[in-house]
Design a binder for this molecule. Structure first.
Ligand code: PGA
Length: 241
């Protein structure tokens, strides 16, 4: 069974969201584990769908006087199952580092939420041949804070920063090498066999090529999850054995 995470980001008004949800009903039944991550105000609307619910972020705090924040406990109370943590847009725009990320993940685990932890190198790091060492740091600095049983509740999403929103999907060779590296590291250091996904400029045309990578446990979509027709085609092309 593969995962398909839809990160809707800061898109759609209420009217557009209601239309999206109406169109979403035409998506055929699938064995894929679809996790929809809309903006906070729409989470409850997505609750009625036959997909799982994920938030795009979570507060670093557990509760209390933190204006503008939404806690893991609040998310769990509305039936949210997952939280996307460490997305490169948050690392870049809000300077989120692994200390912040680990605190957010701690709050998620304590509230019973599972975590989709996003990692990936920048273009500059890639060009300096630092991909594997960057990923190793992003994994180690976060995962070392948790017990092995807790880590069973994490999904890793490999999202090269240079591939997000650029229309430039990473090549199959790169994805294979990196996913293989991540899976070996998880096994060796943590005895973990958790899902590892790819994200970055996936669309209805390149999904077939991605499907040739048998190591992948699923995908994280940004832009192409906003268009139901495109999303449908992607779902139809994924072989959900
Ligand atoms: P994209 O975004 O599919 O639009 O490249 C992916 C992501 O940000 O997770």
């Amino acid at each position: 069974m593969k995962y398909l995470i839809c990160n809707l980001k800061e898109n759609m008004t209420l009217t557009e969201t209601l239309k999206y949800l109406e169109d979403y009903r035409s998506i055929p039944k699938t064995n894929l584990k679809i996790i929809m991550c809309p903006s906070y105000p729409y989470l409850l609307l997505f609750n009625k769908n036959n997909s799982l619910l994920g938030s795009q972020d979570v507060s670093i705090y557990q509760s209390g006087s933190h204006t503008g924040e939404v806690s893991a406990i609040q998310l769990a109370s509305i039936n949210c199952h997952y939280s996307l943590i460490g997305h490169s847009e948050r690392r870049r725009t809000y300077n989120e580092n692994e200390v912040v990320i680990a605190r957010k993940i701690r709050n998620c685990f304590d509230a019973g939420l599972k975590v989709i932890y996003c990692i990936g190198e920048t273009l500059e790091e890639k060009e300096r041949l630092k991909t594997m060492s960057v990923l190793e740091k992003q994994l180690g600095r976060v995962l070392n804070n948790f017990k092995r049983e807790e880590l069973e509740n994490i999904i890793i999403a490999y999202e090269p920063v240079w591939a997000i929103g650029t229309g430039k999907k990473a090549s199959n060779i790169i994805i294979y090498e990196v996913i293989n590296f991540i899976k070996k590291l998880l096994k060796e250091y943590y005895e973990l066999d958790i899902p590892v996904l790819y994200g970055g400029s996936i669309n209805k045309d390149n999904i077939i090529e991605l499907e040739k990578i048998d190591l992948l446990d699923g995908y994280l979509l940004g832009k192409s999850s906003l268009n139901i027709e495109e999303l449908k085609q992607i779902i139809n092309k994924i072989n959900d054995k």
